[in-house]
Write a protein that binds this ligand. Structure first.
Ligand code: 13P
Length: 270
């Protein structure tokens, strides 16, 4: 039986005061709900604040990225150990925004996209650094709209999953949570049809089964991300392969996010 996970990716939102208020409101709102692991992923600057706000609760703290080296001359980067020292249990790796794969580029100069430098190789290094530090990676994969329209969805996802897993021991793979986030569904209000998200997630599970065996792969939670909201969460959670959400916009509103947790627990918990 897989326990659903609802992870809030706050992206570049919330100063420390806002982060405190949001974390406390979410923690209060989900206090009575059992059967869903809640993960809050604030920006680096608010990790310690949110850690304090979550003290004594069952909610987990996650970061949005990390760098693979332990320490050194990597200005602006943050290591796995720095994250665990802030109380992180989870870390998002390979988000399409970090890979520079925006559905709609935020800037009109394409050269600026290289600022966001992740690719399959860096994602793999980051995953390996995370598991070595006992962090639980939430690994994001997903196709662009152009790739979907060209019928390349399965191949793109397959490639991203296999690249992320390269060189990992079986026991490390068991610590991974994949999130299927079709890039065109992120922040657009255009959620992927639940059966189609279910199909792609099944494909990810089949790839994991090739590495760790069918029984173990059945125990791994795999999430969907992309315009998850209180309006569509029930349909998503009713799909047998979808074990929760990686949520952007709706995770910034405590009431909406708590509703996602409540529905996930109701449909798939216990
Ligand atoms: P939205 O929920 O805002 O579409 O963002 C999804 C996402 O990118 C989560 O990582």
């Amino acid at each position: 039986m897989r326990i659903p996970i609802m992870a809030g990716n706050w992206k570049m939102n919330c100063d420390n005061d806002e982060a405190w208020d949001l974390a406390v409101a979410v923690a209060d709102g989900v206090e009575e709900i059992e059967g869903c692991q809640v993960v809050l992923c604030p920006p680096f600057t608010a990790l310690s604040t949110v850690e304090e706000a979550l003290e004594g609760t069952d909610l987990a703290l996650g970061a949005q990225d990390l760098y693979w080296a332990d320490s050194g001359a990597f200005t602006g980067e943050v290591s796995a150990r720095m994250l665990t020292s802030c109380g992180c249990e989870y870390v998002i790796i390979g988000h399409s925004e970090r890979r520079g794969r925006f559905g709609k580029p935020p800037e009109d100069d394409p050269r600026l996209l290289t600022v966001f430098g992740d690719n399959d190789a860096t994602v793999n290094r980051k995953v390996r650094a995370a598991v070595a530090a006992d962090l639980l990676p939430i690994v994001c994969v997903g196709e662009l709209l152009s790739e979907r329209e060209a019928g390349q969805t399965d191949e793109v996802v397959r490639q991203q999953v296999l690249a992320a897993l390269e060189g990992l021991a079986e026991e490390d793979i068991l610590d991974l949570t994949f999130a299927y986030e079709p890039v065109w569904a992120i922040g657009t209000g255009q959620v992927c049809d639940a059966p189609e998200a279910n199909r792609v997630i099944r494909l990810i599970r089949d790839l994991l089964a090739e590495k760790v065996g069918t029984a173990e792969a059945e125990n791994l939670a795999i999430l969907y991300g992309g315009s998850v909201s209180p309006d569509n969460i029930r349909g998503l959670m009713e799909q047998p392969e979808i074990d929760g959400g990686l949520v952007g916009g709706a995770s910034l509103k405590a009431e909406a996010f708590c509703e996602l947790v409540r529905v996930a627990a109701e449909v798939r918990g216990a």
